[in-house]
Write a protein that binds this ligand. Structure first.
Ligand SMILES: Nc1ncnc2c1ncn2[C@@H]1O[C@H](COP(=O)(O)OP(=O)(O)OP(=O)(O)O)[C@@H](O)[C@H]1O
Length: 319
């Protein structure tokens, strides 16, 4: 059986507040899956439930077909980054990893390998309390990689990383997925996962909003939008609006046209005496696609607590 994370009808409530509300999704091997949702959406709770760090009120979360709590030497099955600052400040980075390795039957050699992999080879002897936020994050990632696990869960791994660190983590995530691993990485910012995630599980208020490939989401958001570059912006807007288009200004000489067949736009402009220098299909950014998706989802509107879901989750028919 292919390794995966299977979440089915997962539920968790804390003192009246619903954190995870009937969530179901599957994370497959060989691709980076972004786990996206605004602050408080339930991402960390879901990850804790998958890792058996908290007990679900209902539903199941299986890793490679098994309940995490039944795994022997769990670090060799699942690597996780949850709270990078959780290492005792007096403990040296390398000693922290040695202790974890020992408890899972992992060699000392592997500890030095992962320290090297995350760029902490020389800092391993320093106490964790002297580490910057970015170094703590790297130590947490080293711990996740320690058991060379087929499944990785990383909660907001970009937090605290400088631009070089962000580029590094993106490359690492992609290479881990390319090695055939299951890689689930959470973020509350879609832009953080631009060019990194292949697939997205988007949640809001503990419920699924979308489970889709990035390519499909972008294609849907980009659909039939055309960017026009013209020195006659006002005239272009008048001609296009009169033809029934929705036109939005994106720059001093650019507009985006929506609601007209793309192939007819050039002819309309020429017929209206408007010259243009460029016409091209607009490619939505991941952030735009996300905004569009969440605009249409009741989960993200500031409704009163306990508002009923309208079942607007967007799910791919086949993956
Ligand atoms: N231990 C807890 N006790 C009480 N409430 C909790 C607990 N953990 C989470 N919650 C609540 O559950 C909801 C989901 O929180 P969670 O941390 O899972 O969201 P998140 O999507 O990870 O958010 P963030 O992006 O801010 O990390 C929030 O309303 C939060 O306040």
């Amino acid at each position: 059986m292919e390794t995966s994370i299977e979440v089915r009808d997962l539920r968790k409530r804390y003192r009246g507040a619903v954190a995870v509300d009937g969530l179901s999704f599957t994370v497959r091997a060989g691709e980076v899956t972004g786990f996206i949702g605004p602050n408080g959406a339930g991402k960390s709770t879901t990850m804790r439930l998958i890792l058996g760090l908290d007990a679900a009120d209902g539903g199941t979360a299986l890793v490679g077909g098994a309940d995490y709590r039944t795994l022997r030497a769990p670090l060799t099955h699942v690597g996780a980054l949850l709270e990078p600052g959780a290492v005792h400040p007096g403990r040296r980075g390398r000693d922290h990893l040695l202790w974890m390795a020992h408890s899972n039957g992992i060699s000392r050699k592997r500890v030095d390998e992962v320290l090297d992999q995350v760029g902490l080879a020389s800092a391993g002897k320093r106490r964790a309390g002297t580490y910057s936020l970015g170094m703590q994050q790297r130590l947490g990632i080293a711990a996740a990689l320690l058991g060379d696990p087929p499944v990785l869960l990383l909660d907001e791994p970009v937090n605290g990383l400088d631009p070089d660190g962000i580029v590094w983590i993106r490359g690492l995530l992609r290479s881990l997925a390319a090695e055939g691993r299951v890689v689930l990485v959470s973020s509350h910012l879609m832009s953080e996962l631009e060019d990194t995630a292949d697939h997205l599980v988007i949640i809001g208020r503990g419920k699924l909003v979308a489970d889709t490939s990035v390519a499909k989401l972008l294609a849907a958001a980009s659909k039939d939008r055309v960017e026009v570059r013209t020195a006659q912006r006002t005239e272009a807007m008048t001609v296009l609006a009169n033809a029934g288009a929705t036109v939005s200004v994106t720059g001093s000489d650019t507009v985006i046209v929506e609601g007209l067949p793309p192939d007819g736009i050039g002819g309309l402009l020429t017929g209206g005496g408007v010259s243009f220098t460029e016409l091209r299909r607009h490619r939505a950014s991941l952030e735009e696609a996300y905004m569009e998706l969440t605009r249409s989802s009741v989960e993200f509107t500031p409704a009163s607590a306990g508002a009923p879901a309208d079942g607007t989750a967007v799910e791919e028919a086949s993956r």
